[in-house]
Each structure stands twice: as structure tokens, then as C-alpha cells.
Design a protein around this ligand. Structure first.
Ligand SMILES: [Zn+2]
Length: 264
């Protein structure tokens, strides 16, 4: 138990200290066009943006900066499929409630209007028969014109976590049925939009680091996590996904694949 706990803490510290993110391999084919597409998205006003993800920190890892910028002039609503209650190995009792609290706090940092916790089983979103209907109802309630979710296109998605795939699949299906929605797909191999989130990079890092701090609640060894993070001075912030595109002057970028679903 102690050894497992220490391994998890080590994984948490490594995760927290990771400087960049996993997106550097998916650069847009045309960075100039991607930058223009990003500026077009950021010009949105009074739109409702529904973010359909599986776990606390999914949205912030890939899109926290973009969502913080959009939240200034639009309504950002997070639809959270699971509360991430399994965590790394199910070692933290009451983890779902802890991660929901951290997610609410992160949402306040980034300016979300609302967060809906569906509380479907962590690791079991694809098997949940309730989930697709819950997603459909959220679209009916919030009537978004912009939707952020996982890329499920076989040729474009980077990898499929079954929960992520279930979220992307459900949201994409409803968007295709309703029409009049632009999808911005995360974790994609074929990005054609880049958002420069330099202006809110600290907010993104604070939110993302906070969401990862659930590991601090591990019994017996959790206290080591914050202690180790502060070795050498200030507690470092982790950015999650971050694309660097020097050719268009972007040091803090988030990538999306844009799919316009026309009005029916
Ligand atoms: Zn996830």
C-alpha cells in the first residue's frame, strides 16, 4: 500500500513538473491559417459554448486557456461525464467529491458560467446507457452554438481513452442531429485552429495544477506531494497541453480541429 502510494505520488510530482505537454507532435499543416481561424473563434460574442468531456482536467489540459479567453465575452458550460473518482488507482476515499470541488474552483479561475456533473462511472462512460441521453438533454437545455469535445474521427484522433471517445461520440452525434453548431475538437492529429492563450497562461496553469492536486489527498503519503513540489522554492505550475508555433509567434497555443455543422 505504502509503496503503491509512493509510486502514485512520484507519478503526480512528475506530472506536475512536466514543462510542456503532449501536443507538440500535432502541429497544424498551415499555421497562418490556423492562427486566423483561432482569432475568428476568439471574436465570438454572447455565444454559449458547451464543453463535453469525461474527467475533471480534460477541458483544462487541452483547452483551459481558450476557455478562459472565450469566457470573457461568452457563456462557457462544462458537461462533466464522470467525476474522475477512480483517479490513479482508487486510493483516495471520496475522490469524486474532492475532484468536483477542485473542478468548481478551477472553473472560477477560468470564468466558467456553469458546470454540470453527470456522475457516470469513471472508466465506464462508453458502457453507460444513460450518458448519450444526458448529453442530448444538456444540448436542449443550453442550446450551444459552439461545442468543444474530443476528436473521434479515426484518421484524426490521437488516441482513444474509452471515456474520452464516449464523450466525443455522444456530443458529435447530437451536434450533427441539431445543426447550427461549430465543433472545436481536442486531442486531434489534424488541428487547423490555434488559439494564442499567452494572456491567460497563468490562469490556465493555476487551474490545471489545482486539478492535479487531488493526489495530495492520498492517505498516509499524500502530504509528500505538496512538500516535494515546493523543494527548491516556489511551487511550479503545470500547463498541460501547450503547442509552441514560432513561425506565427505563438509560445502558448492550444490546438483544435474545426468542424462546421450547418443549420438544418
Ligand atoms: Zn480524461
Amino acid at each position: 500500500m505504502l509503496v503503491v502510494g509512493l509510486l502514485i505520488v512520484a507519478a503526480g510530482v512528475t506530472f506536475a513538473l512536466r514543462p510542456g505537454g503532449g501536443l507538440a507532435d500535432a502541429a497544424p499543416a498551415d499555421p497562418d491559417a490556423a492562427k486566423i481561424a483561432g482569432e475568428r473563434l476568439l471574436a465570438s460574442r454572447d455565444a454559449t459554448i458547451l464543453v463535453v468531456v469525461a474527467h475533471p482536467d480534460d477541458a483544462e489540459y487541452w483547452a483551459g486557456g481558450t476557455l478562459a479567453l472565450l469566457a470573457r465575452h461568452n457563456r462557457v458550460v462544462l458537461l462533466m461525464g464522470t467525476s474522475g473518482d477512480k483517479g490513479d488507482a482508487g486510493l483516495v476515499p471520496g475522490l469524486g467529491a474532492i475532484r468536483e470541488r477542485l473542478q468548481r474552483e478551477a472553473g472560477r479561475i477560468l470564468g466558467y458560467r456553469d458546470i454540470v456533473f453527470l456522475r457516470d462511472p469513471d472508466g465506464g462512460l462508453a458502457a453507460s446507457t444513460a450518458y448519450p441521453g444526458e448529453v442530448r438533454r444538456a444540448f436542449a437545455t443550453y442550446r450551444p452554438t459552439i461545442v468543444v469535445t474530443f476528436d473521434i474521427a479515426e484518421e484524426a484522433a490521437v488516441y482513444h481513452h474509452p471515456d474520452h471517445e464516449a464523450a466525443g461520440r455522444a456530443a458529435t452525434a447530437v451536434a450533427n442531429d441539431l445543426g447550427g453548431i461549430t465543433l472545436y475538437l481536442i486531442h486531434t492529429r489534424a488541428p487547423d485552429v490555434v488559439i494564442d492563450y499567452d494572456a491567460v497562461r497563468t490562469e490556465k496553469a493555476r487551474a490545471f495544477t489545482l486539478l492535479g492536486s487531488y493526489r495530495d489527498y492520498a492517505p498516509v503519503v499524500g502530504w509528500l506531494n505538496p512538500a516535494l513540489r515546493t523543494i527548491g522554492g516556489r511551487r511550479p505550475l503545470s500547463y498541460g497541453g501547450r503547442a509552441v508555433l514560432p513561425s506565427v509567434g505563438i509560445s502558448y497555443g492550444e490546438l483544435f480541429r474545426e468542424v462546421v455543422v450547418p443549420k438544418r
